[in-house]
Design a protein around this ligand. Structure first.
Ligand code: OVV
Length: 396
């Protein structure tokens, strides 16, 4: 029940139609006002840049501990809640600072060379080979190999990583067909994930092992350390797979932007930011009100939930000129693809190095990117990306 004068939207953001093309819904949401009521799920939603940012930065009013998807984790959780994503200060602060230390720009600087070299080899092997699937041969390969190596995950069983990510991100949505399909093999997938997070299965020196060092120092328990390693495997794969695939697609369909990148490969880092602004991998997370509050002039009662559409904010015409245009020279900073505030993506230094490595390699090694067929979407309740992306990389 909503008071009169409050905008109500009847579209379901999780319908197949909306997952394929979410942008009409995002526009409707932004134009409805600062906040609207989503009838399909009895939840609030916000999509203007200003209000999305405000909600994300006010963690005292907008908690994460009830979950950041549609489902209230206090009553119904399909996995033990994350100590990082689904937590609030003061507990969140402790674990966040440990992960921040492990993934800081300083600590991850060494990855520039390692990821750069791997990306060049990978891309070189794809140039002039005719038509191939960029998801299969590039976007999924890089995180599952390069990132998982840095975490120190065993090689055997890595085929479980992406299905787990699919569970995690579908798990943020309603219990719809996508949720159910992802959870079909849940027990087996979770068993491998939990085993991979145990100390004895992590390679020495990796991000995972470094988390356990914090338990040696008694900052956290061993059990908490395992849960934090799980956060790497939850958040670090599907997100970057989506971003890399979306980048290849955007360059294939905007060849003048690829020419620009080729003449100026140092734009790679910037191009990655523009990619995730325009095609935002994590489209939406939610928050729950800790008290009666308001968004714009609309009253929100304590314990009510609001879906916070990063992807809608990233195309808000109040914030961006020609928001739907892929322009790797625009000032994309201020985009909310990494969120904002105390829960802003802690892995973004790593994500950015991966993006810069791959886009830099494309800039230096590929002459042109051609779409070779109709791309197929990978539909997920939270992550926007492709299942297959047939392209050819032509030699310069
Ligand atoms: C989907 C996601 C994002 C960030 C963190 C986590 C999950 C987690 O499990 O901690």
């Amino acid at each position: 029940m909503v008071a009169s004068g409050i905008p109500v939207i009847d579209k379901d953001p999780y319908s197949t139609e909306n997952l394929i093309d979410p942008y009409p819904f995002h526009e409707e949401l932004r134009e409805a006002g600062p906040v609207a009521w989503l009838e399909a799920h009895d939840v609030w939603a916000t999509g203007r840049h200003e209000h999305v940012r405000d909600v994300l930065t006010d963690w005292r009013t907008w908690m994460s501990g009830a979950g950041v998807g549609l489902i209230d984790l206090r009553v119904d959780a399909w996995r033990p809640p994350s100590l990082l994503l689904e937590a609030d200060p003061p507990n969140h602060t402790v674990v966040r600072s440990i992960i921040e230390r492990v993934l800081s720009p300083r600590a991850t600087k060494v990855l520039r060379e390692r990821f750069g070299a791997r990306a060049e080899t990978l891309v070189e092997g794809l140039v002039g080979t005719g038509s191939f699937d960029a998801m299969e041969e590039l976007a999924r390969v890089f995180p599952v190999e390069a990132f998982a190596d840095e975490v120190g995950v065993p090689e055997e069983g890595r085929e479980y990583l992406l299905p787990y990510g699919d569970m995690v991100f579908n798990g943020q949505g309603p219990r719809n067909e996508y949720f159910r399909a992802a959870m079909e093999n849940a027990a087996e997938v979770q068993e491998w994930i939990m085993a991979s997070c145990r100390r004895e299965n992590l390679a020495p020196g990796g991000f995972g092992a470094q988390i356990y060092e914090a338990s040696d120092a008694e900052e956290i328990t061993e059990q908490q350390a395992g849960m934090l390693v799980r956060s790497f495997l939850s958040a670090g794969l599907d997100t970057t797979v989506s971003a890399l695939g979306n980048a290849v697609y955007l360059f294939a369909t905007n060849p003048e932007q690829f020419d620009l990148l080729r003449t100026e490969p140092s734009l790679a880092r910037h191009a990655f930011e523009e990619t995730i602004r325009l095609e935002t991998p994590v489209q939406v997370f939610s928050r729950t009100a800790t008290r009666d509050t308001e968004i714009g002039n609309t009253r929100i009662a304590g314990d009510e939930r609001v879906m916070v559409f990063f992807a809608a904010a990233n195309r808000d015409p109040r914030c961006w000129e020609e928001p739907d245009r892929f322009d790797i020279t625009r000032r994309a900073s201020g985009h909310l693809a990494f969120g904002q505030g105390i829960h802003g993506c802690v892995g973004k230094p790593v994500a950015r190095i991966e993006g810069e490595a791959v886009l830099g390699a494309l800039a230096r090694k590929v002459g042109s990117i051609k779409l070779e067929g109709e791309p197929e979407r990978h539909l997920n309740n939270t992550v926007r990306g492709f299942e297959s992306l047939p392209v050819a990389f032509h030699a310069p």
